[in-house]
Design a protein around this ligand. Structure first.
Ligand SMILES: [Zn+2]
Length: 297
């Protein structure tokens, strides 16, 4: 007789135990359910998964529970166990947020039974909803005045500044950022004594030196150097048909561009004085020395 088969007796007993835990909401028996979730009888595993779902209102260790359930949902060789593990995960939407990628993979895995994929999609939906609610609850206040704001204002602030603002504070914030841009641009524009905006301290000192010596220069204009190639010299001294370049950096990209520029000067047969940030400490002296090769100062 079947009931004398020890396997059947064991399964019957374990099955009853899984059902009992689920029905009595015996939260302290969570570890026992983890064990049953790995038992050799699929029907017992299915009931253990189901019982873990029922225990959700008792707030067991959600991270641990969902970890076991996700593992069952991904690896159990019985589709019904997977289905019940996923159904149980839907009961832990907050903890399932961390599993969203894995749940999505299951929901679109074509090798799985339809009902498994459906259960996975439901778990995804539950986790997404929990995620959205938590996010909204957390951020629905103006960062600045703490006034309550609606979803639309919330999204607008997040888009523009990565923080939520009420409409009033958002206007303020926009104005401030415009002022900030102006300040930054002013700081960028280094001015020479004759009022020319230059890009670096080195260029400013070159410009001031040339002015001091009464050498007329044109700063940062476009010149056709050779054939169809345009380059932009730092300084051009029209009376002497002489160019000055100040190399401000030595990053690989900058050096590469510098080499190209030097080649173009050379090919066009132009006179060039080359200075670099390495000359910064003695910039005027070095410039004077190089200039004196072309100009009587
Ligand atoms: Zn505000």
């Amino acid at each position: 007789m079947a009931s004398h088969n020890p396997d059947v007796a064991e399964q019957k007993q374990l099955r009853a135990r899984a059902l009992e835990i689920g029905n009595t909401l015996e939260a302290s028996a969570v570890d026992e359910l983890f064990g049953l979730l790995k038992c050799r009888f699929p029907e017992v595993r299915r009931l253990a998964a189901s019982a873990l779902g029922k225990l959700a209102p008792r707030h067991p260790n959600e991270m641990l529970v969902t970890d076991y359930l996700a593992q069952a949902a991904e690896t159990d060789d019985h589709p019904q166990v997977r289905q019940y593990a996923l159904k149980a995960l839907s009961k832990y939407p907050n903890a399932s947020v961390a599993l969203l990628d894995r749940l999505r993979d299951l929901a679109r895995n074509p090798d799985l039974k339809d009902y498994v994929r459906t259960a996975a999609a439901e778990a995804v939906a539950a986790a997404q909803e929990a995620n959205r609610t938590a996010y909204a609850r957390k951020h629905h206040w103006c960062t600045r005045c703490r006034r309550r704001i609606n979803e639309e204002d919330f999204m607008r602030g997040m888009e523009l500044f990565g923080k939520p603002y009420c409409l009033h504070c958002l206007d303020e914030r926009i104005l401030e950022s415009k002022n900030f841009e102006i300040v930054v641009n002013e700081a960028k524009a280094k001015r020479t004594e004759d009022g020319t905006a230059v890009q670096s301290q080195g260029e400013r000192r070159i410009a001031d030196y040339l002015s001091l010596k009464g050498v007329r220069y044109v700063y940062d204009e476009r010149y056709r150097m050779a054939g169809d190639v345009r380059i932009r010299p730092d300084f051009y001294l029209p009376e002497f048909d002489l160019y000055i370049e100040y190399w401000g950096m030595d990053t690989p990209e900058y050096v590469e561009n510098m080499k190209k520029k030097l080649f173009l000067y050379q090919r066009a047969g132009k006179k060039l004085i080359s200075l670099s940030f390495r000359d910064f400490d003695r910039l005027e002296a070095i410039l004077e020395e190089k200039l004196s090769r072309y100009i009587r100062l």
